[in-house]
Each structure stands twice: as C-alpha cells, then as structure tokens.
Design a protein around this ligand. Structure first.
Ligand code: ADP
Ligand code: MG
Length: 475
C-alpha cells in the first residue's frame, strides 16, 4: 500500500534547497544544492526579497521531519497535489516548522473516513485513493477506512462506533453521509458525548457538497483534506425534523444543512435518475420547475428569529470575523421545546402569505447549497436560527429567472419578492398532489406534515479560524 501510495505523491528530486523561515512560511533562497556541501549554508544565506514562487506557506505544510545532516524533509500541498521536498534551513529544525504549520491545531489526528461509493458520479473511492489518502498519509493522520455498502449504512456505522477511537469523521461523499452519521450518533444513548468527541466533516465526493463549501471553501478533494487538518472545532446548530410514523408516533431526525419543498426539492430528489449528469441535474430540475410554473400549496407557519432584512444584515455584520466557540453539548440541549405535531400552531407563529401559490420553500444553516449557489448568504452555523427563503408563483418567469441569476453572490436576498427570514421553528403541511418531494439535507423524506426546530450548538464541526465561506456576499 505504501509503495503504491508513494506514486501519488510528487517527490521534488532536485536535491536540497536552502530556505529561510519567515513570518508566514518557508522561503527558498537558492537554486538546488548538492546534499554533501551543506557546511557553508550558515555563512552565506541571502535574504529573500519577496514571496517568490519558492515560498511554502505554513498553512500548506502537512509535515516536516529531520532527514539527517541538518536537512528537513517537508511535505506540503501545491497545485492540488502533495509534494515532498528537502530543505536546509538555518537556525531551525523540523519540530519548529511543524509547530508553525499547525499552531494550536492538533496533529496526527485520528480520522475515520467513511466513503460512499455511490456518491456523485460513482467515483468517490477513486477520489479518496488519489486525492484524500495521500494528504492524510503525508500528514501522519491515523486513518481508519470504511465504505458504505448500502443506503443508510452510515447510520449503523455511527450507532455502533467506538467514539473514543476517533477525533474526526470525514465523509467522502455528498451531504448524505454527514446526514446519516449525525443521525446515527443522535440515536445513541451517549449522544452528547459522541457529538462532543467527534468533529464531523465532509470531503467533496458527491453531487451536493454544501458542508465542504462552508468549511473548506473548495471542491477540490486535495485542498479540502488539507483544510480539514488545519481547522478549528466549533459548536454548530442542528435542526430537529419531526414527522409522524405509520403508527402515529412522533419521530425526530436531525438535519445539519437544509430542508426544501417545491421546485428545489423536486430538482434535487426528482432528478435522481439523472445522477450521471453530476451537479448539472439540479440546474436542469430547477429550470424545469420555473418554466412549468408549478405551485406547491401548503399550510406554512413559522416562529420568527428575525423578520426584517435590515435586522438580518445588522446581525450579519455583527457576527463577521467572529469565531464561534466550541463547548461540549449537554443532553438537555437535545430537548425540543416546540408544540406536539398534533397540537394547534401557536398563536405567536406567523403564517407565510401566498402559501397556496408557493413554489420554493428552502431553509438552510450554511450559505452555499452548491458551488456558486449561495441561497443563504446570511446563514450562520451557530446563530440559533435557520435562514428561510420563500418564493411563490405570483413572480413572473422573467423575474424568477432574474432572481436566480443573482445567487452566485447572494444578491437574491435583496429581491423584494423574495421572503427572506430567520426563523427558529416552523410547521409545514403540504397540500400538493402528484409525485413530489420533501428534501432534508438532500435526502428524500416523506411528503407529510413536518415540524422543524433549531437545536442550538449540539454538533461539532470544523471551520477556518478566519471565518467560514460567505465572502462573496456584498451588502
Ligand atoms: P450525492 O451528493 O451524490 O447525492 P450522497 O453522499 O449525498 O451523494 O449520497 C446519496 C445517497 O447514497 C444517500 O442516500 C446514501 O444513503 C446512499 N448510499 C450510501 N452508500 C450507498 C451504497 N453503497 N449504495 C447505494 N446507495 C448508497
Ligand atoms: Mg446527497
């Protein structure tokens, strides 16, 4: 395994480079040196003038170790590949380079990799072998590999897991496997401990990779794996999704990302037969939904967290650059405090207008729902609320098309025909006929009455210290 893996890592075979340690990384200062003539290094190191192409930022460094004779072997990521290079650095050693590379982020983390071979266009195993594993190996991560054998297998994996053996669960999949892992952990008697112990993250191997876009801001699996190893833990909200089972009992599952009803749900779940198209199947589904002007009547009532766009923008500005904290969740945080699904809708909740003509109901916790589609620009993983986006068929096709043209930068937020709210709870009773869907984190749920409420800060996710990915939103 090691020999075949080494072929995936690019070894810089140009001998040893001299380098200087700078504030943000290692600056190569020379052409290559013969390995045998290192003695004079200490006497004639020229100062680097700028961050030339020979600069290796610390955040790209996966590992460094002494290779003897004052030479340090450095593994890092460059141009979406792992590179091994030998350097001689005056006045420092491999341990110092490593401590700059990781700061206070733990090294050699214990990573459980869960690969969905069915995810995306069916190439998750290849992506794992050629892109994820070389990075993990180079970073000396302790890797345990599992493959899902069937739908919902990841739920069982999480239910039966020895949680003390891992720090991170890395889902090489779309959003479906993090959804299943989270639900498997949720069903455990020690769920608070499990969610505290395990940071759940995703490496992009599916058609919907929203968690990767929030946390790693890339859809390249090499870069996402590097990012995963350098991120801090935060406590993030989950959404408790309650429906009745066949015997009329309430069943609650967790959602970490989104729920949707209407055009987007049909585009997501209803295009499963077009999986070979990759992410383009969503665009096709949405275009069809808009052109057909189908409406999806429902009864839809919400508990506001913030009802004005101005108020939402004020909160958004206040949260900018602020790193959400991590705190171990307690069991009591999993309690729902909304009414029973059979009870009447509380009088303080608001009914969404035109819900008989609704065509998109979409709630989310993360800004991006897919690459270049920022439906929820003001979403925050830990603000105790869901962002809600609603449109109805009183909008013309032309207006709708124009509005969806703004999603790359989140500009649809400002469209005056878009309802955009922050809510803490909702109840939706679908009244649509025919074959339609309710999608939770991209998974198909029964199209039945549903109540959803936020469970603040019960999950552990990984996000960059400099904030998560929503920079394109101009407001
Ligand atoms: P995508 O983003 O492409 O939809 P996901 O990772 O979200 O990929 O997974 C899609 C579905 O694949 C999930 O419903 C999951 O339960 C299912 N699944 C997982 N493993 C398998 C498997 N071995 N065979 C078939 N389906 C699977
Ligand atoms: Mg999916």
């Amino acid at each position: 395994m090691r020999a075949s893996l080494d072929r995936l890592i690019y070894h810089d075979r140009h001998g040893v480079s001299r380098a200087l340690i700078e504030a943000g990384g290692l600056q190569m200062t020379d052409q290559d040196l013969p390995t045998t003539s290192l003695l004079w290094l200490g006497y004639c190191s020229p100062q680097p003038t700028s961050k030339t192409p020979g600069f290796i930022p610390f955040e790209k460094i996966l590992w460094s170790e002494d290779a003897g004779d004052g030479i340090i072997s450095v593994a890092y990521v460059e141009d979406h590949a792992v590179v091994m290079k030998k350097v001689a650095i005056e006045g420092t050693d491999a341990a110092e380079v490593l401590s700059h590379a990781y700061g206070n982020i733990p090294r050699e983390q214990r990573v459980l990799v869960v690969v969905n071979p069915h995810g995306g266009q069916g190439n998750a195993v290849d992506i794992y072998r050629s892109k994820v594993l070389p990075v993990l190996r180079a970073a000396h991560a302790q890797v345990t590999y599992m493959e899902t054998l069937r739908a919902e297998h990841a739920i069982e994996i999480a239910q039966q897991l020895d949680i003390d053996l891992y720090d991170i669960v890395a889902c090489c999949s779309g959003d479906g496997i993090p959804h299943e892992i989270i639900n498997g952990l949720y069903q455990r008697p020690d769920r608070a401990k499990a969610f505290a112990q395990l940071a759940i993250t995703q490496l992009p191997c599916g058609s919907g990779n929203a968690m990767t876009l929030l946390t790693h801001a890339t859809t390249n699996a090499v870069d996402a794996t590097l990012s995963m190893l350098k991120l801090s833990r935060i406590s993030a909200d989950a959404m408790a999704v309650t429906q009745l089972d066949l015997s009329g009992r309430e069943v609650t599952k967790l959602s970490f990302l989104s729920q949707t009803y209407g055009v987007i749900a049909d585009a997501d779940i209803g295009t499963e037969h077009l999986r070979w198209m990759g992410a383009a199947r969503f665009d096709l589904g949405v275009a069809k939904g808009i052109l057909c002007r189908t409406s999806y009547p429902c009864e839809f009532a919400v508990e506001y967290a913030e009802s004005s766009k101005k108020g939402i923008l004020t909160q958004f500005a206040a949260a900018k650059g602020e790193q959400p904290q991590w705190l171990a969740p307690e069991e009591s945080q999993f309690n729902r405090d909304g009414p029973a699904l059979s009870a009447p809708i509380p009088t303080l909740w608001k009914h969404i207008e035109n819900s008989d003509k609704l065509n998109v109901m979409y709630t989310g916790k993360f800004p991006y729902v897919s690459k270049d589609v920022m439906i929820f620009p003001t979403a925050h993983p830990a603000d105790g609320a869901m962002d809600l986006f609603v449109t109805d068929t009183t909008m013309s096709i032309w207006e709708m098309n124009k509005m969806f043209g703004l999603v790359e930068t989140g500009g649809q937020f400002f469209h005056d025909r878009v309802h955009y709210l922050k809510i803490s709870k909702y109840r939706l009773t679908p009244q649509v006929k025919g074959k339609h869907y309710f999608s939770v984190d991209g998974e198909s749920f029964p199209l039945e009455p549903v109540q959803v409420e936020v469970l603040p800060r019960v999950l552990t996710l990984l996000v960059p210290q400099l904030g998560f990915n929503n920079k394109k939103f101009s407001h």
